[in-house]
Design a protein around this ligand. Structure first.
Ligand code: TYM
Length: 331
């Protein structure tokens, strides 16, 4: 079986972008592959969370993984900081990651633009830590959304450099994966760009949002004053809502509103109502399980402990081999 690794940062609750971009693939892959799914709490330290926030957010992701249907019997679910071997591999990979290429990464440039007061070294070497997450289990497939594609390319670069230096084919090459033809990019509700936690209130629909909140967010989504010609190309804000409908609604529903738009007969109120109801239908089973699982602390403790043991077993094997390749020897 091929090995699969993926993770989500513990920076808050999961939104439907995380679900359709990543977690939905995790759930499907767990039966076919040797899977490791983790909570990237080390990555979340770049924004300096308080200890209480950090712990709460790790719990959110763990609970939501389970609520989405990731089965801890079938896969290895773990918390990144429970596996210190990852940090060790990160140190080794850092020796062959160059300033210039790290500075050129789009996610780094975006972070610098977004928060010029906190350009720490952890942000710069974020893709190296991500490469360590993947290479520590020698994974070949990494289910992620479109926004992570460049990070995967960097992971291949760092793995290949290690191979060239020490052993031609130690680390296999990891590739981004999705069951759909292309990697997924779920748009937000603010009329521009992708759904994200940091794009402002109301842009993201969370798996744990109640039906009332979903209706309110969708009703406030950015639109315009309607099409001005038949069969016209849709402006970004409108196209985004159609893209969301394509993800959560049936094909008939989508075609119906496409036709209405093309005939200039669309009523955005009805369109948004339908979109909200279909989002509610797709998220409700997960929301209900989130509430149940969150209450069961002893189960969560058991899942995290069991996962950490399994993940460390695999990580320790890699680190033993890596240390030997590098030339660390005892006297
Ligand atoms: P993060 O925590 O930002 O996002 C987690 C996953 O959700 C996907 N995603 C989206 N997909 C489609 N549309 C969206 N609007 C959307 N927003 C988020 C992301 O692509 C990702 O798959 N660096 C990673 C976490 C990470 C990781 C790893 C992933 C750390 N180490 C190793 C894979 C392997 C990140 O910040 O994802």
């Amino acid at each position: 079986k091929e090995t699969v690794v993926s993770g989500i940062r513990s920076t808050g609750k999961l939104h439907i972008g995380n679900y359709y971009g990543a977690v939905k693939n995790f759930v499907q892959m767990q039966h076919e592959y040797n899977c490791y799914f983790f909570i990237a709490d080390l990555h979340s330290l770049t924004t300096h969370p308080t200890p209480a926030d950090l712990h709460g957010n790790v719990k959110h992701v763990l609970v939501e993984y389970l609520a989405c249907g990731i089965d801890p019997e079938e896969t290895t679910i773990y918390i990144q900081s429970d596996v210190p071997e990852i940090a060790e591999l990160y140190l080794y990979l850092n020796m062959n990651a160059y300033m210039g290429e790290l500075e050129r990464s789009t996610s780094f440039k975006d972070k610098v633009r977004g928060n010029p007061d906190n350009v720490n070294a952890g942000l710069l070497t974020y893709p190296v830590l991500m490469a360590a997450d993947i290479l520590i289990h020698k994974a070949t497939k990494v289910p992620v959304g479109k926004d992570q594609e460049q990070h995967l390319e960097m992971a291949r670069t760092f793995g290949n450099r290690f191979n060239r230096l020490y052993n031609q084919d130690y680390f296999p090459e990891p590739y981004a994966f999705s069951y759909s033809k292309n990697l997924v990019k779920v748009p937000g509700l603010d009329g521009k760009g992708k759904m994200g936690k940091s794009e402002g209130e109301g842009n993201a629909v969370y798996l744990s949002d109640s039906p009332e909140i979903i209706r309110k967010k969708v009703s406030r989504a950015v639109t315009d004053s309607g099409p001005t010609a038949e069969n016209q190309e849709k402006p970004e804000a409108i196209q985004n809502l159609f893209d969301l409908m394509k993800i959560v609604s049936s094909e008939d529903t989508l075609t119906h509103f496409e036709d209405q738009y093309n005939k200039m007969a669309i009523r955005y109120g009805d369109f948004k109502k339908q979109l909200a109801e279909d989002m509610i239908i797709t998220t409700t089973p997960m929301r209900e399980r989130i509430n149940e699982i969150a209450a069961d602390t002893s189960y969560l403790r058991q899942v995290a402990k069991h996962g950490a043991l399994k993940a460390r077993e695999s990580a320790q094997k890699t680190i033993r081999e890596v240390r030997e390749l590098i030339g660390f020897k005892s006297f």
